[in-house]
Design a protein around this ligand. Structure first.
Ligand code: UDP
Ligand code: MG
Length: 327
């Protein structure tokens, strides 16, 4: 019997926790050869998510339910890392708590890994039904640009929803960078991946935590985390500006030699040049600062998350105690 461990990041998902467990039980009834472990990662929720999780732990009669509660909201990427670094299943799946990642797809994913020899299988949304048009537009532009300027090959519509063999999980966990752009990390570690397509599903309850600025920040992190191109591009741009100013200096110098015009003050050209170069320098400094900030964060080597509470390991202790004969 193989075990599939489901890692579920939860942030203010009190209504979804129970529904999620029920759906998983249904799905695994049709997967007789597999056992499941659900690892809920409570990402510092402010509602009753943790209480709901504990209720499921107590009332669960199928599979195993465990949780890690983080000390504050570290963000989905860190929550996923917390789950991955503690996981023990033969195969590991990442799913959202809101059931936007249909657990039924796990069957296809298992086939891909067990029978077709893939290392991981990832879900890809083919439609963006129920999503604002502007969000889809930005998303399209994001994938187009990031694929052009970085070493990564990101597939539009790709999600975090995936099933992986342990070797893939170990590769992901070994990447301990703090600014975690998970989509980029998946692409960077490589391995044989199969895309499984599905139609977009609306969340069962609650509301999304992503707003426009959040997504923009996410996209920005992606660029900075995986692209050296912006930095290099800016340097080239700076060099080009210097070249243009040299050519201009020669041109103006020659002109001044030819025509002895004493009334020309050169005020306008100097002002324009100053502003222009000032702007370029500030841009370059900004870019460098951006990378420096990232380096600073990495050098500080802070942990990616802190767990405040968990039942991982504890349960087995209780079971051990139960197993030892009472005198
Ligand atoms: N999530 C999290 N920490 C956060 C934000 C979100 O763990 O800071 C979880 C959330 O509970 C959900 C998943 O990440 O299970 C996806 O979030 P959401 O549904 O808000 O995003 P969307 O599906 O709209 O992209
Ligand atoms: Mg969602």
């Amino acid at each position: 019997m193989k075990t599939i461990e489901l890692i579920v990041p939860c942030y203010n998902e009190e209504e979804c926790i129970g529904l999620f467990y029920k759906r998983i039980c249904q799905v695994f009834q049709e997967l007789p050869g597999f056992d499941f472990i659900i690892t809920y990662i409570d990402d510092g929720s402010k509602d009753c998510t943790l209480e709901e999780i504990k209720k499921v732990v107590v009332s669960s009669n199928q599979g195993k339910v465990q949780y890690i509660s983080l000390s504050r909201n570290f963000g989905k990427e860190s929550a996923i890392y917390a789950g991955l670094s503690k996981c023990t299943g033969d195969y590991v799946a990442l799913l959202d708590a809101d059931l936007q990642h249909p657990p039924e797809l796990l069957k296809q994913m298992i086939v891909a890994i067990e029978e077709e020899g893939y290392d991981c299988a990832s879900a890809r949304r083919v439609s963006r039904k129920g999503e604002p048009i502007i969000r889809s537009m930005f998303s399209k532009a994001f994938y187009h640009i990031i694929n052009r300027i970085t070493v990564m090959d990101l597939v539009p519509g790709s999600t975090d929803y995936r099933l992986m063999r342990r070797n893939v999980v170990e590769a992901i966990v070994s990447m301990t960078e703090r600014e975690r752009f998970t989509k980029g990390i998946y692409s960077w570690v490589g391995f044989k991946n199969k895309w499984i397509e599905y139609e977009n599903v609306e969340r069962v309850a609650g509301s999304t935590t992503w707003n426009f600025w959040g997504l923009l920040r996410y996209a920005y992190t992606g660029f900075i985390a995986f692209a050296a191109t912006p930095l290099r591009g800016v340097v080239y741009f700076g060099m080009l500006i210097v070249l243009i100013s040299i050519l201009m200096a020669i041109y103006i110098g020659m002109g001044a030699l030819k025509t002895a015009n004493t009334e020309r003050t050169g005020y306008a050209s100097i002002m324009i040049l100053m502003l222009f170069l000032g702007g370029v320098i500030i841009t370059i400094l900004g870019m460098i600062g951006e990378y420096m900030a990232r380096i600073y964060m990495e050098v500080k080597n802070r942990p990616i998350y802190f767990a405040r509470e968990t039942n991982i390991g504890k349960e087995t202790e209780d079971e051990c105690r139960k197993d030892t004969p009472q005198k």
